[in-house]
Design a protein around this ligand. Structure first.
Ligand code: UD1
Ligand code: CA
Length: 500
């Protein structure tokens, strides 16, 4: 009976990756918001193997810790000091149950565009043909550096020859070994046990399993993949960028096929995990990163970076940087807003221009339209925060919270000195510095009465442009010298700078 799933996928990731010239292990470099090895693990998971295992050696602890974060059920095996892809698989097998049989797939931790669908197809083709080995191959214009697929007179795969070991005739072969295979597990184990490191590189070559199968009279098949990107590995930072661009192209195309409207795919960067609802428009220079989810019918961008964000249906977010926050349905953010972690903007709420928020819950229909900082705040529903206000959350030692009730009308240039509570339906005058709680329905005023020192400019700044303008406005007449004007009315309710 054919088992419905592979016994194991072994992902090889023990190589050093010296050409990356990096203090970060190669497989921990990211494209599309995921490490290379995470991409490989995700593809392998997609074929539902009984065991999923990554073979590591270089920077073992760092890589193993990362793998545990990506996929807690993924096994990690250690390769010893014996080199080569064959040895890597042998070490992997030694860490799996000794009686494990069935089909074993092998992939690489540095080949990030390999799709789960391709692995499923490889597995299905392998099971259908009954071959002992099925090699994922590709026809490439420039096969330099790759192992070549040597086919026999009957068209079957005879062996794989490494570039450095190939004859002149073999070097002209353009069908290459991707390094991804399906193996009969028993044959794989037997063949590897026979290999030595007695070759030009002093390595155990996994590729030699092909010839070993043929010697035993077993069939070897090739599964030719037309999509070359899926077999391309990352060896240096140029390839990292190249594959990153292609992955992004694919991700953005998927979004559009699922119903998003992307104005400029080339300047729209979307991480692998991001979802975008139907008819949402994404304008140029927008980055949707991490675990961001965007609803339907939104307008996002231009010039916007959203990381780990949740954006509700029908929201608009323009020229904004936002992280780990929630923007409610129909809400509006920006242009030029900065949402730091813990911001929650309610339905139809507004965070406007030159506004910074952090750990701030802003209720439905509430607005912070202009030039403000809102930190450590809980604002109710239908409240308006006047322009140029600051939630003064930090006393130099600790952070404190300000709570503002529903339907408040708070004046412009109000300082909320936390800890502070503003009751429902309260008002504040412009320029208020609120240090004490405001009861519901009260008007809070703290700005002192205004006084005008008439003639001060003429007296103290004679000969300036201001003095000349003042003199001319006063009709050249006598400006009082130093007289103190009548005290004026206190700050009035109409000064709130409330947005329409
Ligand atoms: C290998 C294949 C070659 C194929 C090419 C495709 C062999 C002998 N050759 O060559 O036919 O065309 O891949 O890219 O298999 N690795 C380990 N442990 C090791 C050595 C390598 O885990 O001791 C891992 C690396 O981390 C890497 C992968 O195996 O992910 C491939 O290793 P690499 O050295 O790049 O193999 P190539 O010589 O390019
Ligand atoms: Ca390689």
């Amino acid at each position: 009976m054919t088992p419905s799933r592979p016994a194991a996928v072994i992902v090889l990731a023990a190589g050093e990756g010296t050409r990356m010239r990096s203090s970060t292990p190669k497989v921990l470099h990211t494209i599309g918001g995921r490490s290379l090895v995470h991409h490989a693990i995700a593809a392998a998971r997609g074929v539902n193997p009984t065991y999923l295992q990554v073979v590591v050696r270089h920077e073992r602890d760092r890589v193993a810790a990362h793998i545990a974060e990506c996929d807690p059920d993924c096994l990690v095996a250690d390769q010893d000091e014996i080199k080569g892809t064959g040895r890597a698989v042998e070490c992997g097998l030694q860490a799996l149950p000794a009686d494990l049989d069935g089909t074993i797939l092998v992939t690489y931790g540095d080949v990030p565009l390999l799709a789960a669908t391709t692995l499923r197809e490889l597995y299905a083709a392998h099971e259908a043909s009954g071959a002992a080995v099925t090699v994922l191959t590709a026809q490439v214009p420039d096969p330099t550096g790759y192992g070549r697929i040597v086919r026999g007179a009957d068209g079957g795969v005879e062996r794989i020859v490494e570039h450095r070991d190939a004859s002149a005739a073999e070097l002209t072969i353009t069908e290459i070994n991707s390094g991804i295979y399906a193996f009969d597990g028993t044959l794989l184990r037997e063949a590897l046990a026979e290999f030595t490191t007695d070759n030009s590189q002093g390595e155990k070559y996994l590729t030699d399993v092909v010839a070993a199968a043929r010697t035993r009279g077993r069939a070897v098949a090739a599964y030719v993949l037309a999509d070359l990107w899926q077999t391309e590995g990352v060896n240096d930072k140029v390839q990292l960028a190249r594959l990153g661009v292609e992955l992004n192209r694919r991700t953005v195309e998927q979004l559009m096929r699922a119903g998003a409207i992307v104005r400029d795919p080339a300047t729209t960067w979307v991480d692998t995990e991001v979802t975008v609802g139907q008819d949402t428009v994404i304008h140029p220079n927008t980055q949707l990163l991490g675990a961001t989810t965007i609803g339907a019918d939104c307008v996002i961008g231009p010039d916007t970076t959203l990381t780990d964000m949740e954006v509700g249906d029908g929201a608009s977010v323009c020229r904004t940087q936002a992280t780990l926050s929630v923007i409610g349905p129909g809400a509006s953010v920006g242009p030029w807003a900065y949402l730091r972690p813990g911001t929650e903007l309610g339905t139809e709420g507004k965070i406007g221009t030159f506004v910074e928020t952090k750990n701030a819950r802003i209720g439905a229909d509430s607005k912070v339209p202009h030039l403000s900082y809102v930190g450590d705040a809980v604002i109710g529903e239908g409240t308006n925060i006047g322009a140029a206000s600051v939630f003064v959350n930090y006393d130099g030692v600790g952070k404190h919270t300000t709570t503002v009730g529903d339907h408040c009308r708070m004046g412009s240039d109000t300082m909320y000195v936390a800890p502070l509570t503003i009751g429902a339906g309260a008002y504040s005058g412009a320029g208020a510095i609120l240090r004490r709680d405001v009861p519901p329905g009260a008007l809070a005023i703290s700005a002192g009465a205004q006084r005008n020192v008439e003639g001060w400019v003429l007296e103290h700044r004679p000969g300036t442009a201001a003095a000349r303008a003042a003199a001319s406005a006063l009709g050249g007449g006598s400006a009082g010298s130093g007289a103190v004007g009548e005290p004026q009315k206190p700050a009035q309710v109409g000064e709130q700078g409330e947005s329409a």
